[in-house]
Design a protein around this ligand. Structure first.
Ligand code: IDP
Length: 141
């Protein structure tokens, strides 16, 4: 399988719960390398742009409000099949439906406050990585 990069965000609920390290351990234990990371408090404009694909969905306003409710931890994960591997580690969007042992099953409270974001395909991963880490801010290691 090809080496890929994917964009991961630890959302405000999980940052508030102080589980950044526990979630990073899941990534590293699964063989994913953190090749860029930064904490940020997203502006409304950034959150609206980032989730632009959902702008006509009924939950869009709540999603944006939630994403700007506190700081987030943003990282690029690199490894074999990183996009699918990260999605497996995250679990289903709704934590009630997420498999036991996944990040969302273990750390998320609801479909709104669901702990993590992860790119869902190579095209979106490329766009999302460039959105938060433009230029040379991603490392080869
Ligand atoms: P994903 O994060 O698992 O890829 P998406 O369908 O891309 O799921 O949705 C983006 C985010 O929008 C979700 O992580 C969740 O926070 C929120 N969301 C999705 N569906 C719903 C819903 O039905 N109600 C409320 N929030 C939702």
């Amino acid at each position: 399988m090809a080496i890929e990069r994917t964009l991961s965000i630890i959302k405000p609920d999980a940052v508030a719960k102080n589980v950044i390290g526990k979630i990073y351990d899941r990534f590293e234990s699964a063989g994913l390398k953190i090749v860029a990371s930064r904490m940020a408090h997203l502006s409304q404009n950034e959150a609206e742009q980032f989730y632009g694909v959902h702008k006509d969905r009924p939950f869009f306003k709540d999603l944006v409000s939630f994403m700007i409710s506190g700081p987030v931890m943003i990282q690029v994960l690199q490894g074999e099949g990183a996009i699918a591997k990260n999605r497996d580690l995250m679990g289903a969007t709704d934590p009630k439906k997420a498999e036991k042992g996944t990040i969302r099953a273990d750390f998320a409270d609801s479909i709104d406050a669901n702990a993590v974001h992860g790119s869902d395909a190579p095209e979106t991963a490329a766009v999302e990585v460039a959105f938060f880490f433009p230029g040379m801010n991603v490392f080869n290691r």
